[in-house]
Structure formats: structure tokens, C-alpha cells
Design a protein around this ligand. Structure first.
Ligand code: NAD
Length: 354
């Protein structure tokens, strides 16, 4: 077992992986620090009832690597890391468990900075903060950045403008047809902005009450998920689930642009980004367009300033333009372009620093 675990870690390019085991609090967690060339590794802590420690390890290795790319392309002075707590957030969470996790974070002396993720709340961060200052995603009232969804949604809006400019030579959304999948925290704010801009919005949410709200407030035209994929849209915006873009859905898609907040939109990144390229559908890489949330928490590290965070999020427009140009010049997918530019920044910084 140990041999298998070490082999799995050594196959990746992670700097450090910490197994946190505290029988007195019941904590079993893994902190993965992928890369700290650009700065301390910031990434959320996920609490999930993983079936095995191996599943938890695979997840944290994958997620922490993703954070390295996201921070790099967002021009942040941060590296990539992530943590997972093995357990059911509804039944296994306690003050001592959270504080125990906080003391493990503290033992890393700021090399890893934690934040909220699936299964964790702003309230939980307050217990973690009792043991360490290396935590973000704190309530506004406590000097933190609060709910990141508003700025994430704003980043998606700005990203849509960049894609429209590049693909159609326009930035106005007036009378454009946009399909939104999921009207949760991000989808709702995004919808509100698009409505203000005069877009024609189609949408679906599995939660009928959420769909009813946006139909009432913003005149959203309700359709099914199947119809959303089939519609002749200017922009399709996945704001709910991962893996919604795969060979089956791509075959049916008639949209010009895909630009949404959901993480891991492509079922298989390399395969699906190439399929979209060959179909001339412009894919706006998910981890770039949804980086507003990370920018928001990252700004806590210098003392949260809402205007500054918003200004940074506006920069997503220029980051995307550079990605689109690079992809076009090299005849590669936008996702590949984004990955290469993110790696290039890390490599250049590493060379300069040594
Ligand atoms: P949320 O949980 O508030 O909203 C998700 C919405 O999707 C819910 O309304 C839910 O009912 C709906 N949904 C679930 N299954 C669906 C289905 N099959 N079809 C249609 N709708 C469905 O989450 P959120 O915070 O709005 O985040 C949305 C996505 O963006 C997630 O993938 C999240 O990881 C990603 N993201 C969010 C942030 C942020 O700041 N909140 C930042 C970066 C990325």
C-alpha cells in the first residue's frame, strides 16, 4: 500500500504531500502542494466521504495541480495546492476536527494557504483560523473577502465579452442568445448582469424554484438541458456541472462560444478541446474564466480591497485575448494555449529566480 502511494505521488510533479492523521480529533486529511515557484500554494479544502484514501489522494493531486495553472494564468503570485478531509461534512465535522486541520496547515509555515471548497463553509474557516493565519475565504465582517460568487460571475461576464470581441468583433450582449445551465450562486448573478445588458436568456436548473426565480426576475426562457445543448445560441454557459461537454453533446451543439463558470466542463480535456476546435466552437477555458473567485480570496492576503479585486477580475478580458491570439497563431485549442502560457510563466519565473 505504502509503496503504491509513494509511486503515485512520485509519478506526479508535486513538491510536497502531507498526510494528516490525528486520532484524537478523528482527522484524516491530505494536503498536496503542487508548485510554489510563483508563491505560496493557495487552494481550498474539500471535505468529502471518499471511499478510500487512494481516492482522496488521486483527487487532491489532480485538484492541486489545477490550482497551479489557475493561479499562474491569473497572474497571481501564488502557487497551487489543495487539501481534502476524508469524511462526511454532514456528520463527521466538528470544531476539534477543523482546528486539528488548522494546526496541520500552521505546521507548513505558510507554504500552503487554505480556503473554502465543497463540503466546507465560511463558518468552518473561522475554526481553522483559530489555529492558523494561513487561511482565506473569511467573512467580510471578519476582514475577509466574503462570498466569491459575485466576482466569479463578473469574471464570466468579462470573459464572454472577450470571446465575443474575438469571435464576432462585438462586445455588446444586446439581443444575443445566451443559454445558462444552472442558476446557483454564480448563475444567478451572471443572469442578472446579462439581463441588464439586454441578452435573450434561455436556461435550465434541476431545482425548479431556482428556475422559477430567474424566469420571474429576468424573463429567462425555460428549456430542458437537452434543448440547451441543441439551441442555436451565441453563447452556451455551463454554470452547474462538470463533464457537460463531451463527444455526444459536441455533436449536437450549434453555439458559437462556450463560456461558463463550472469547473471541469470538458469530459476529456485534450480530446474535447480538439473536437470543439475542429467544429469552430470557441471554448473559453473554464479555469481562466472562473478565476474571479480565486482573485477575490487572493486579495485577502494583502488586506481585502473590493475595488482592487474587481479591477483584477476585469483583467480576465486581456488574459483571454492573449490566450485566443496564442491559440490562433499556433493552430492549437484555447485550452492547450492556456496551459502552455501558464507553464511558461512558471518556467520563466523559476529561471529568473535562480
Ligand atoms: P451552486 O451549487 O450555488 O449552483 C449550482 C446550480 O446548478 C444549482 O442551482 C443546482 O440546482 C444546479 N444544477 C445541479 N445539477 C444540475 C443539472 N443537472 N442541470 C442544471 N442545473 C443543475 O454553485 P455555484 O457556486 O453557483 O458554482 C457553479 C459552478 O461554478 C460549479 O461548478 C463551481 O465549482 C464553479 N465555480 C464556482 C465559483 C464560485 O465563486 N462560486 C468559483 C469558481 C468555480
Amino acid at each position: 500500500m505504502v509503496k503504491g502511494v509513494l509511486k503515485r505521488i512520485s509519478e506526479t510533479d508535486h513538491e510536497q504531500v502531507v498526510y494528516c492523521n490525528d486520532s484524537s480529533s478523528g482527522l484524516k486529511a491530505i494536503i498536496a502542494i503542487h508548485n510554489t515557484v510563483l508563491g505560496p500554494a493557495l487552494g481550498g479544502c474539500r471535505m468529502y466521504p471518499y471511499k478510500s484514501e487512494k481516492d482522496a489522494l488521486v483527487d487532491v493531486l489532480r485538484l492541486s495541480r489545477g490550482m497551479t495553472y489557475k493561479a499562474s494564468i491569473a497572474n497571481l503570485n501564488l502557487g497551487g495546492g489543495k487539501a481534502v478531509i476524508i469524511g462526511d461534512p454532514n456528520s463527521d465535522k466538528s470544531e476539534v476536527l477543523l482546528r486539528s486541520f488548522g494546526s496541520f496547515v500552521e505546521s507548513l509555515n505558510g507554504k500552503y494557504i487554505t480556503a473554502e471548497d465543497v463540503g466546507m463553509s465560511v463558518h468552518d474557516m473561522e475554526f481553522i483560523r483559530m489555529e492558523t493565519n494561513h487561511v482565506t475565504g473569511i467573512k467580510r465582517a471578519m476582514g475577509g473577502s466574503g462570498d466569491p460568487s459575485i466576482l466569479t460571475a463578473y469574471g464570466v461576464f468579462v470573459g464572454m465579452q472577450a470571446a465575443l470581441k474575438k469571435k464576432l468583433g462585438i462586445t455588446s450582449l444586446r439581443d444575443l442568445r445566451v443559454g445558462i445551465q444552472g442558476f446557483g450562486k454564480v448563475g444567478y448573478y451572471l443572469c442578472s448582469r446579462l439581463h441588464k445588458e439586454g441578452a435573450i436568456i434561455y436556461g435550465y436548473d434541476i431545482d425548479q424554484s431556482k428556475l422559477d426565480t430567474v424566469v420571474d426576475e429576468f424573463g429567462v426562457i425555460p428549456v430542458s438541458n437537452e434543448e440547451l445543448i441543441n439551441l442555436d445560441l451565441d453563447i452556451f454557459s455551463p454554470c452547474a456541472l462538470g463533464a457537460v461537454i463531451n463527444p455526444t453533446t459536441i455533436k449536437k451543439m450549434k453555439c458559437s462560444i462556450i463560456a461558463g463558470a463550472a469547473n471541469n466542463q470538458l469530459e476529456k480535456e485534450s480530446r474535447d478541446s480538439k473536437l470543439l476546435l475542429s467544429k469552430k466552437i470557441m471554448y473559453v477555458p473554464d479555469y481562466v474564466i472562473n478565476a474571479g473567485g480565486l482573485m477575490n480570496v487572493a486579495s485577502e492576503l494583502q488586506g481585502y480591497n473590493k475595488d482592487k479585486a474587481r479591477y483584477q477580475v476585469e483583467g480576465i478580458y486581456y488574459i483571454l485575448m492573449r490566450i485566443f491570439d496564442y491559440a490562433l497563431a499556433n493552430n492549437i485549442s484555447t485550452l492547450e494555449a492556456s496551459n502552455l502560457l501558464a507553464e511558461r510563466r512558471i518556467n520563466e519565473f523559476a529561471k529568473w529566480h535562480h
